[in-house]
Design a protein around this ligand. Structure first.
Ligand SMILES: Nc1ncnc2c1ncn2[C@@H]1O[C@H](COP(=O)(O)OP(=O)(O)O)[C@@H](O)[C@H]1O
Ligand SMILES: O=C(O)C1=C[C@@H](OP(=O)(O)O)[C@@H](O)[C@H](O)C1
Ligand SMILES: [Mg+2]
Length: 288
């Protein structure tokens, strides 16, 4: 559980995991997330690939920019962008000015190897020079990004945890203190207690009704406490160095030994769907 101080944009090549990582971070950090592609699709009733096919790339980039602005105006959230958003000057300027952009990076082969449905990636479907595109995009991601994270060989959970640490170090994300978590739990439990004593219609509940509800409430409170304890543990392990150190740790020379759960290699890799998110998920963002 925690709070974002500004919008966080995830940028990077297609298939690197922007959408997946944003969802995972939203779940683990208790913050809202929104996928620009999914937002675009909901807004226009057509996927980015369809818009690309019907209107052409230039028009898609303008629509993407408009969608990006709307997503950013919803409140501080994790915003996963489409790979090509950086090709548009206005979007790049926005990414630089209106939040903290994080670049996810892996080898071109790894990113492309994860894409199983080419029709969802219009540039791939249109037979472009993919290596040329990769070379062209890289400096653009680097231009907007305030942190660069190498995701090669890391599970989604590990990438999500690492991005959270980088954001915490940069002061962009504040994990809730133990006190704040305890207060939240207490407030929730008070609410539950009130519900427990009275039915929805305001009628006092019978002893049998209360006993039944109480078992459910205790289970939920236990789960919240366990969650809070695990968030605290997670926060306590975040290294305290700055962005430069994060990058150094991530790059070739100082490459960390990535922890991978036994048997996790390739899990999820063959998932057929590149699921799109339906708009914003997770916690309700604060008003701007
Ligand atoms: N760290 C990871 N390890 C293995 N597979 C991953 C990882 N991150 C994402 N994937 C998988 O790669 C595919 C592309 O991920 P996605 O989040 O759609 O990428 P992007 O939004 O950057 O195009 C999905 O099938 C997803 O499940
Ligand atoms: O070239 C682009 O702008 C697109 C890249 C893809 O985004 P990802 O980076 O999430 O793969 C895709 O979803 C979208 O159709 C448009
Ligand atoms: Mg995506």
């Amino acid at each position: 559980m925690g709070t974002l101080k500004k919008n966080v944009f995830l940028v990077g090549f297609m298939g690197v995991g922007k959408t997946t990582v944003a969802r995972r971070m939203a779940r683990d950090m208790g913050v809202a997330c929104v996928d620009v592609d999914a937002f675009l699709e909901r807004k226009h009733g057509k996927s980015a690939a369809e818009l690309f096919g019907e209107l052409g790339e230039d028009a898609l980039r303008e629509l993407e920019y408009e969608a990006l602005v709307e997503c950013a105006n919803m409140g501080h959230s994790l915003i996963s962008c489409g790979e090509g958003i950086v090709a548009y000057d206005k979007s790049r300027e926005f990414l630089k000015r209106r939040g903290f952009a994080v670049m996810l990076e892996s080898s071109e082969a790894t990113s492309l190897g994860r894409i199983h449905n080419l029709s969802t990636r219009p540039l791939l479907a249109h037979d472009c020079d993919i290596e040329g595109l990769w070379e062209q995009r890289k400096p653009l991601y680097e231009e907007v990004a305030r942190a660069k994270i190498n995701v090669q060989g890391r599970s989604t959970g590990s990438v999500a945890g690492f991005v959270a640490k980088v954001l915490a170090r940069a002061g962009v994300y504040t994990p809730d203190s133990e006190d704040a978590v305890a207060k939240k739990i207490e407030a929730d439990s008070l609410k539950r207690h009130k519900k427990h004593r009275h039915s929805k219609s305001g009628r006092p509940r019978s002893a049998a009704e209360r006993s039944n509800a109480s078992h459910k409430g205790q289970k939920a409170a236990r789960a919240s406490r366990e969650n809070a304890a695990s968030s605290k543990k997670h926060a306590a392990h975040a290294p305290a160095s700055g962005q430069g150190a994060a990058e150094k740790k991530q790059n070739g020379s100082g490459a960390p030994k990535h922890r991978r759960r036994r048997g996790s290699r390739g899990r999820g890799k063959m998932r057929a769907s590149n699921n799109r998110q339906n708009g914003q998920r997770g916690a309700t963002p604060p008003a701007n």
